[in-house]
Design a protein around this ligand. Structure first.
Ligand code: NAP
Length: 514
């Protein structure tokens, strides 16, 4: 424990030193070399809790860099795909050890670059490390199946082959876990990767590439290109040498990626937004539900695809539940995530903050009742960051935009219901279907909810957030298209199945089977 506190202290001191010595000078990582981008445009990442601090600075990539990265990946591919899967897994296992060693330091960097509070950043580091570890082990299990043939002395089996060069495009809100949960299966399956992170979090992306470099990944197997998605995204999606795209981000871009890949017959998996409901039933353990709602709605400043943004309350417990909820929301201290007394960090940037405020304005106009919050926080030191109050609305109707559209901020809306059918139809009355939660002591009700809710994930008596390496993660309806992530499904996306028909009779086949 003492060592841990010391490490965090060291990391915080390093952060302070870096704040004084100036921003990190970041480079693209192409073909195993650290290079400046060719766009001539400077990109900076700033601390959303204090925009006077620049975290990282780089010259952005343009299309020519993206093409160079594809070329480097193609060159590295044959040797990498010929490397036995268990050996590829061992390189990943070395990356896991490096990430474990650097966990606290990287968590501090994450808090400074993305804004989430330090315990959340550490949690994200841990989640990502577990995922890498799980996929490292998959190097030993990347097998197919054998099946009995209808023919004598014939062996029927399948093998999993890598796809080739793949693009991985990620959002800013989980700058460590999402890239590693995509990169790890892609690598262990034998693909060469072009990684394009969100422009808001380049410093974390560079650290990911460094970890794999230090682990001994051959040059060109992982390439990092950082630049505007609108400028280089199409190359990474449309180039015929890119065999698959794994994307996480907004619906607008995800649908575009999916359409472009579909048009040329390339694989795509797109994990997109959410508008996740949490149902609290009249018989629920209300303390448990309260904790789950607070964590789901205001954890990570509501900037999670899995955030709880709709609270569906049984009318019998609505009044007391809302009263306690407001009392708890009032206790959330908003501020810099490195301060251990803070419970909620800033919005990631000015644009997200403005989106939050705009949605709050729209909700008021449409007749939702503001119960708490709703304002930007600018007192004292807070004026240097993008802080907003945790916000609660009541009387939210399914016709309202605040009910239907993803805000991606700490804004929760309450809808009251009287029956199970009403709860299910309210839960399903949106275009999204990522995750959901129900709090009840009634097993039958819980399982009927599992049956009927339109969501890729269902939590019973736990918040809408979270995922585990060994089970699939992803959504239905507008929240996701393509293969699920994590688990075997996440690995299989990056492979092609080959079915092998092996005849060992040594004779001409006398068969009419086709
Ligand atoms: P975003 O604006 O869609 O960006 C995602 C990534 O796509 C970024 O790297 C972005 O680059 C890139 N991009 C932008 N334009 C592109 C184009 N034309 N072609 C290819 N790539 C392009 O999303 P975001 O604001 O970073 O993330 C928030 C969204 O992600 C929310 O909707 C959230 O729900 C969703 N999300 C979903 C999941 C899930 O698992 N379902 C998990 C986390 C987040 P630039 O940064 O350079 O623009």
């Amino acid at each position: 424990m003492a060592t841990l506190t010391k490490t965090v202290q060291k990391a915080k001191t390093a952060a302070k030193t870096q704040a004084k010595t100036g921003p990190l000078e970041l480079k693209q990582y192409i073909g195993g070399r650290w290079l400046d981008g060719s766009s001539g445009k400077e990109f900076v990442s700033t601390n959303p809790a204090d925009i006077r601090q620049t975290i990282g600075r780089l010259t952005g990539a343009d299309k020519s860099d993206a093409l160079k990265a594809i070329q480097a990946a193609e060159k590295a591919l044959p040797a990498w795909r010929a490397t036995p899967a268990p050996v590829r897994g061992r390189i990943l296992a070395r990356a896991v050890e490096i990430a474990r060693r650097r966990r606290d330091e990287l968590a501090v960097l994450m808090t400074r670059e993305e804004g989430k509070i330090l315990p959340e950043a550490k949690g994200e580091m841990d989640k990502g490390i577990t995922l890498m570890d799980w996929f490292a082990g998959e190097g030993l299990r990347l097998g197919g199946l054998t099946a009995p043939s209808e023919l004598p002395q014939n062996l029927l089996y399948t093998v999993r082959a890598p796809l080739g060069v793949v693009s991985i495009i990620t959002p800013w809100n989980f700058p460590w876990a999402i890239p590693v949960w995509k990169i790890s299966p892609a690598l262990v399956a034998g693909n060469a990767v072009i990684f394009k992170p969100a422009s808001l979090v380049p410093a974390m992306a560079v650290e990911i590439a460094r970890i794999f470099e230090e682990a001994g990944l051959p040059q060109g197997v992982l390439n990092l290109v950082m630049g505007s998605g609108s400028a280089i995204g199409d190359v990474l999606v449309e180039d015929p040498r890119i065999r698959a795209v794994s994307f996480t981000g907004s619906n607008e871009i995800g649908k575009r990626v999916h359409t472009l890949c579909g048009a040329r017959g390339a694989k795509a998996t797109c994990e997109m937004g959410g508008k996740n409901p949490c149902v609290v039933w009249e018989d629920a353990d209300l303390d448990l539900a309260l904790g789950g709602v607070l964590k789901g709605a205001f954890g990570s400043t509501g900037q999670r695809c899995t955030a709880t943004s709709r609270l569906i309350l049984h009318e019998k417990i609505a009044e007391p539940f809302i009263r306690t909820l407001i009392a708890e929301i009032k206790k959330i201290k908003v501020g810099d995530g490195l301060d251990s007394s803070v419970g909620m960090g800033p919005a990631v940037d000015g644009s997200q903050l403005q989106t939050d405020l705009d949605y709050i304005g729209v909700a008021k106009k449409e007749g939702a009742k503001l119960l708490w919050g709703g304002r930007r926080l600018e007192d004292g030191e807070l004026k240097h960051g993008y802080f907003i109050e945790p916000t609660l609305f009541d009387v939210v109707k399914p016709s309202m935009r605040i009910f239907k559209e993803e805000v991606f901020g700490p804004v929760l809306g309450v809808t009251r219901v009287r029956s199970f059918d009403e709860a299910v139809s309210a839960s399903n009355a949106v275009e999204f279907g990522l995750t959901s939660a129900v709090y009840t002591r009634d097993l039958s009700l819980a399982l009927r909810f599992v049956d009927w809710v339109e969501a890729g994930m269902v939590h019973v008596n736990s918040p809408t957030v979270g995922g585990e390496a060994q089970v699939p993660f992803g959504g239905v309806k507008g929240s996701g298209v393509g293969e699920r992530e994590m688990a075997k499904e996440g690995l299989h996306f990056f492979t092609e199945l080959k079915t092998v028909f092996l005849d060992y009779t040594g004779r001409r086949r006398q068969s009419n089977l086709y």
